[in-house]
Design a protein around this ligand. Structure first.
Ligand SMILES: [Cu+2]
Length: 338
């Protein structure tokens, strides 16, 4: 609760303070783009293109039961899992390639595809490492310019659709289907709506995005990943025409899975049950704090290129059921527009 009050106070003070600024909002400054982990934060001028690449790296270890750390033995006893089958560590690396194109002043189109690489180690010491990698779900997003406000503010709507191009059939070397968190896609068509507010003063910029993921129907294995809501608030200060630094708060909440994969259910028999196979041990509430740097090349042979890095740490997390705890993560990115 204190976190939310603080965020509210921060946003209120930013939006109601006396930063006199009569220029319209512009992307042509280092803080004209949000911290690199935020998607669909900005629009482009009509006819403009942008390509981007992001690398995101996440690590998880230690088991959580709700918001409390728990040992594998205690979690297994409470939920009826086999403690040796519980996860111990997981790493997730995501390569994300995107493009943007503004078809008019009112509409910017975006496409994003990612390549995922997941590794998971189990509690049982001699057990082989679980691995999965491949293409994730393709996202197509239309950004609609809703309003240009006085004093450098603007608002846009994000209409996103996620297509089920990522596999939900990833298996181990014994031809058994891996747990839910090792799969690469949702298996469903998902709607990704959001509303984004951007503000700028001479040396500061700030923004807020409220969005969600709404799954449509069930996938071909009779389950649906949980719907998700997410609120992101950020602020940045520019130190020159090329360099800015940012802070970010992100709160997200994702529900557990509804339904279950019969192939995964068949692995839950004979004392081999694991939280990885349990549809109720999926989804979490997560609040993170991030620090970032954006660099924008304004001239020279790299004119139009941007480099950005962001470090993000959880400040509060509560998992559904038993799951691994998320550690601090990194996002680095490159963007080029013309
Ligand atoms: Cu862009």
């Amino acid at each position: 609760m204190n976190n939310k009050l603080f965020l509210f106070a921060l946003l209120t003070s930013l939006t109601h303070s006396n930063f006199a600024h009569d220029e319209p909002w512009t992307a042509s400054r280092p803080d004209g783009h949000a911290p690199i982990s935020v998607m669909g934060d900005h629009m482009h001028a009509s006819g403009e293109w942008m390509v981007s690449y992001r690398l995101m790296s996440m690590e998880m270890d230690a088991l959580l039961d709700g918001s409390s750390k728990v040992t594998a033995v205690a979690a297994a006893g409470k939920y009826g899992y086999n403690s040796m089958m519980l996860p111990k560590e997981m790493s997730m690396t995501m390569h994300m390639v995107g493009f943007m194109y503004a078809v008019s002043e009112k509409w910017t189109l975006m496409g994003m595809i990612n390549y995922l690489d997941n590794d998971m180690t189990m509690q049982r010491p001699m057990m082989e490492k679980m691995e999965s990698d491949g293409i994730g779900d393709f996202k197509a997003i239309g950004l609609y310019d809703l309003a240009r406000l006085d004093h450098g503010g603007r608002v846009h709507l994000n209409f996103g659709i996620s297509m089920p191009t990522g596999s939900i059939d990833e298996k181990n070397s014994f031809d058994q289907v891996l747990g839910y968190c090792m799969q690469l896609g949702s298996g469903t068509w998902d709607f990704n709506p959001a509303i984004t507010y951007l503000g700028q003063t001479e040396n500061y910029s700030f923004g807020a995005q409220v969005g969600g993921v709404i799954r449509i129907g069930e996938n071909n294995q009779n389950y649906t990943l949980g719907n998700k809501i997410e609120t992101v608030l950020w602020g940045a200060r520019n130190f020159s025409d090329s360099l800015s630094a940012s802070v970010k708060f992100d709160y997200s909440s994702q529900n557990e899975i509804s339904g279950s994969d019969p192939r995964i259910d068949s692995r839950r028999t004979g004392m081999m049950d694991s939280s990885s196979f349990d549809a109720k041990s999926k989804g979490r509430d997560l609040t993170t704090f991030g620090l970032g740097i954006n660099y924008y090349f304004q001239e020279g042979q790299f004119k139009g290129h941007r480099l950005a890095v962001e470090w993000e740490t959880p400040i509060d997390q509560k998992v559904n059921g038993v799951q691994l705890e998320l550690d601090p993560s990194w996002t680095v990115g490159w963007q080029y527009s013309w």
